[in-house]
Design a protein around this ligand. Structure first.
Ligand SMILES: Nc1ncnc2c1ncn2[C@@H]1O[C@H](COP(=O)(O)OP(=O)(O)OP(=O)(O)O)[C@@H](O)[C@H]1O
Length: 335
């Protein structure tokens, strides 16, 4: 089911939580709403769900204006960070809960629950109670419960936020696999860049109630639309008055240049267009090498290198090296 929010604004008292936001989510895609705390992600999700009414703007579901349509009529399933399962019901009974309320025939309920238990890879655990499952398993049950009613869209608000880092990582790939099997349009809120970048078809980057950029993970990383996006996604070096170090760059004298730690050439010998720098520290991280360099005016640069290159350069504190940016970005000053 496609969802389009158009020119949505929502204010709480004096606070503008969502500020003129438009987002279009294609049917069957997996989309992340990503941004720092308080950027309006959950509010936007709740407006899509019908749990919150926008002050302005519209929500279109499958090309129908659904702005004032009640939650129950939106064919939406939810999972929240702390989606408490019913403690006194078994996993099977939890998953079947909505179907039983709808008075679906017993044999059909059993079949559906079996299918869902298989889908969430908890086949043997249907007769356990929630307290007998791990946090990650419980969230999978919560997802199965929301899928039981065959929603056309799944809205997930920090679904793995309460879990530890390792389980989180496992569950996000699991969510992508699940999505590839069931193809339900899925929109999930996260403040974890890696989570959003790893599994989404499109990422919506939010900041202070506004959309900064919408794109595929590669577009967002390679062509950030703003300084905020560049700094929020991946690591970034910022060089002030970069023209002093790299006169050949086609920038103004006082422009700040942004560049990723991987987007630098580094060598031991001087060469045209390379700026001298002194290594202040170098670490072998195992899978790659990382060095901190100081340019002539003491501006810091982080460089990340493939292991072979790192080893052959023999980087160590005080060594003089020469660097040249490969890909640079300049943004208008943030207001
Ligand atoms: N019902 C409400 N009443 C008053 N203020 C609210 C309400 N809901 C949200 N807010 C405020 O609106 C802002 C945006 O909240 P929202 O939950 O949408 O942000 P978020 O990006 O999801 O942040 P987080 O990652 O911390 O959940 C916050 O400052 C929050 O305090």
């Amino acid at each position: 089911m496609s969802i389009l929010v158009r020119d949505i604004s929502k204010r709480f008292g004096d606070f503008q939580a969502v500020d003129d936001v438009s987002v279009s989510v294609e049917s069957g895609s997996l989309v992340a709403l990503l941004g720092p705390s308080g950027s309006g992600k959950s509010t936007l999700l709740r407006i899509m769900a019908g749990l919150e009414v926008p002050d302005r703007g519209q929500v279109w579901i499958e090309n129908e204006n659904a702005t004032y349509r009640p939650v129950q009529q939106r064919q939406i399933g939810f999972v929240f960070q702390h989606y408490a399962l019913f403690k006194h019901l078994t996993i099977r009974q939890n998953i079947a809960f909505g179907l039983n309320i709808q008075k679906v025939a017993k044999a059909q309920v059993k079949q559906k629950v079996d299918e869902l238990l298989e889908l969430i890879q908890l086949k043997g655990l249907g007769d356990r109670y929630p307290s007998q499952l791990s946090g990650g398993q419980r969230q999978r049950v919560a997802l199965a419960r929301s899928l039981a009613a065959q929603p056309k869209t799944l809205l997930l608000d920090e679904p793995f936020g309460a879990l530890d880092a390792k389980v989180r990582k496992e569950l996000r790939t699991w969510l992508r696999d699940l999505h590839d099997r069931v193809h339900v349009t899925t929109i999930f809120v996260t403040h974890d860049q890696e989570e959003a970048m790893e599994i989404s078809d499109h990422v919506v980057i939010m900041n202070k109630g506004k959309v900064e950029q919408i794109g595929t993970p590669a577009e967002i990383y390679d062509r950030p639309a703003s300084e905020f996006v560049m700094r929020f996604i991946g690591e970034t070096n910022i060089i002030s008055s970069a023209k002093r170090h790299f006169p050949y760059l086609e920038i103004s004298d006082h422009d700040r240049v942004f560049l990723r730690p991987h987007d630098l050439l580094i060598q031991s010998e001087p060469e045209t267009n390379f700026a001298p720098a002194i290594v202040s520290s170098a670490f072998n991280l195992g899978w790659e090498g990382q060095a901190e360099l100081l340019l002539k005016d003491d501006q810091k640069l982080i460089v990340k290198l493939e292991r072979d290159r790192f080893d052959s350069l023999d980087l160590h504190p005080q060594k003089e090296v020469y660097v040249k940016p490969l890909k640079t970005r300049v943004f208008a000053e943030a207001i």
